[in-house]
Design a protein around this ligand. Structure first.
Ligand SMILES: NC(=O)c1ccc[n+]([C@@H]2O[C@H](COP(=O)([O-])OP(=O)(O)OC[C@H]3O[C@@H](n4cnc5c(N)ncnc54)[C@H](OP(=O)(O)O)[C@@H]3O)[C@@H](O)[C@H]2O)c1
Length: 366
């Protein structure tokens, strides 16, 4: 929806009011929209006299600058507009929606230690930022993946934006099972008491059909998506049982619910994640350990580039004529689930973009 439409404006007015109420006035706000109209800017000025109208009115067709952020207090909440041509180039800190989480969620997340696998890109990376944001920075994040440089730059970005946060970037290849033991055993003392495990690392290789699938692809998909997830969960479960609580968030997929041609192995790995997750929830019924599954539909990340072994043009073709989800959309669902009251388990979610209704049914505007 164009951000300049009356509907958007009235929604925005309500959102601003809600934000003010929920954040007790403490927030930063970045407005970027294709065409903010005077009424919109007036409502902003009404919202806070400290928001200067002039830079905001110059944003529409320019790349937003950090100076466009009006700092009202400490809690950072930003508003972005997907339609902006500059959206993709926004720093991560600005690439988030107005959150429905608010101060209750921040207090429930406060002081937690969260371990995210596959945090160097896509959903894992966005989830790290979302946790930092939703907790107001009062959080410890253990970020793991194979690419250390990416993890270190995420650490720098998060710790700069949220000075209270503490980020531990640690290389971990989840497909190497002995490495999982070593990783957990050698965690820094201040990061050992993990409260939330986000089993996100995952990948797909190829679109080959059964009979032509390389054994190496079968192995790497199962080792990463299934064996790694199981091994890390088993390693951390005694800690969660000892504490009597903890959150395990497993990232599945529509592929685990609805297998499709060319995806036999990937779909089988995600179906395995689903079975494992549901069993675990049943086994832990007498505890406060929450087992949460989030199944994304189509999300534009590095996922398809990996599937097509680096062939960007093939990856781009997957998203031609459609508007996929962005990593932040799934990150919000993950953080929303974890920041509910202790007695609330968002057990299972399937998240599609609006053009998608199943693994293969999509509306494409070509
Ligand atoms: N994108 C979609 O359409 C979609 C849909 C449904 C489900 N999912 C699931 O969402 C999860 C995240 O994927 P994404 O879309 O964010 O893709 P992505 O951008 O490719 O991110 C995948 C992440 O997993 C990490 N990873 C891959 N192999 C690993 C290994 N052996 N050890 C440790 N980390 C590893 C990657 O980091 P390194 O390369 O640095 O190790 C990267 O950080 C996956 O489980 C995927 O199956 C994605």
């Amino acid at each position: 929806m164009p951000s300049s439409s009356p509907f958007f404006l009235s929604k925005m007015g309500i959102s601003l009011q809600l934000l003010r109420n929920r954040s007790a006035g403490g927030m930063s706000l970045l407005i970027t929209a294709p065409c903010p109209r005077p009424r919109f800017l007036r409502s902003l000025n009404h919202f806070s006299t400290t928001v200067p109208p002039s830079p905001l009115s110059t944003i529409p067709h320019q790349k937003p600058q950090p100076s466009h952020t009006a700092t009202l207090n400490s809690l950072l909440i930003t508003r972005y507009c997907h339609q902006s041509p500059h959206f993709a180039s926004l720093p991560h800190i600005f690439r988030r929606t107005i959150m429905s989480f608010g101060t209750s969620a921040a207090s429930r997340l406060a002081g937690k230690t969260v371990l995210i696998t596959g945090a160097s890109s896509g959903i894992g990376r966005a989830t790290a930022f979302e946790f930092a944001n939703a907790s107001g920075g009062d959080i410890k994040l253990i970020l793991t993946a194979r690419r250390e440089t990416a993890l270190v730059s995420i650490k720098e970005e998060i710790e700069k934006a949220y000075p209270k946060s503490k980020v531990f970037p640690i290389v971990l290849d989840v497909s190497k099972l002995p490495a999982i033991d070593t990783f957990v055993d050698n965690l820094p003392a201040e990061a050992k008491d993990i409260d939330v495990l986000v089993n996100n690392a995952g990948m797909v290789h190829g679109v080959d059909q059964v009979g032509s699938i390389a054994q190496s692809d079968v192995d790497v998909m199962f080792q990463t998506n299934v064996f790694g997830l199981i091994a890390l969960t088993q390693k951390l479960l005694p800690l969660f049982k000892e504490k009597g609580k903890g959150d395990i968030v497993n990232i599945g997929s529509i592929a685990g619910r609805e297998p499709y041609p060319g995806g036999a192995i990937y779909c089988a790995t995600k179906a395995a994640v689903k079975s494992f997750t549901e069993t675990l929830r049943k086994e832990l019924i007498a505890t406060r350990i929450r087992v949460i599954e989030v199944d994304p539909g189509q999300v534009e990340t590095e996922f398809s580039v990996v599937r097509f072994r680096g062939d960007k043009s093939k990856a781009d073709a997957v998203y031609k004529g459609v508007e996929p989800l962005i990593a932040e959309d799934i990150a919000e669902v993950i953080v929303f689930a974890v920041s509910r009251r202790e007695n609330v388990v968002i057990a299972d979610t399937l998240v599609f973009p609006s053009h998608q209704a199943s693994a293969l049914i999509m509306h494409r505007k070509l």
